[in-house]
Design a protein around this ligand. Sequence first.
Ligand SMILES: C[S@@+](CC[C@H](N)C(=O)[O-])C[C@H]1O[C@@H](n2cnc3c(N)ncnc32)[C@H](O)[C@@H]1O
Length: 191
Amino acid sequence: MSVREEFDEWAAAGKDRGMERRHWHTAKHALSRMPVEEGETVVDLGTGSGYVLRALREAAGIGRGYGLDGSPEMLHNARSYTDDPAVGFVRGDFDALPWSSDSVDHVFSMEAFYYASNPHTTLEEVRRILRPGGTFYCAVNYYEENVHSQSPNRTPSPTARPKSRQPTRSRPTTGSRGPTWSNGIASTARS
Ligand SMILES: C[S@@+](CC[C@H](N)C(=O)[O-])C[C@H]1O[C@@H](n2cnc3c(N)ncnc32)[C@H](O)[C@@H]1O
């Protein structure tokens, strides 16, 4: 079963709201560090239920929020949770972001980046769409049994297996010049 199919099943079963509640505990700390200003445009990669954009509209007054996800069912649910015309949801893949260059103020991603089939391509795409001075905040939960959420420099224990907490795929392979990871939250700004 593909990652898209698995998340489609999750969304159809209503598990996106439980995921939202669990992830909010971490996401709120990453969001509070983002230098978001009123009226700015924010993209949320792997948006799931879209709660990040709803929160940023309410708390920070962003001007436009776009949530990208590869799962049609997730997007269906995300759209049903808001009627805010300033928030939009688009189907797409982390490999090719459907925004023009220098058009976005901030990119956010919570517990999704390690699904990127080519993390370097995704980072290049993030850089391309960000305006100079824009920021990328990326948060991932680390949990020991999931080999995909461990440090790229750490050899997974042979007994470590991903549990069925959520579908898993590739892990980020940021090199020595990649973003610095701290407490599962990484940020970088476009020069
Ligand atoms: C674990 S969920 C996290 C959702 C949300 N960010 C949250 O914090 O609850 C990961 C999301 O990323 C999406 N996703 C996974 N791989 C993707 C890809 N290559 N392109 C676009 N979306 C993807 C999934 O469909 C899913 O909705």
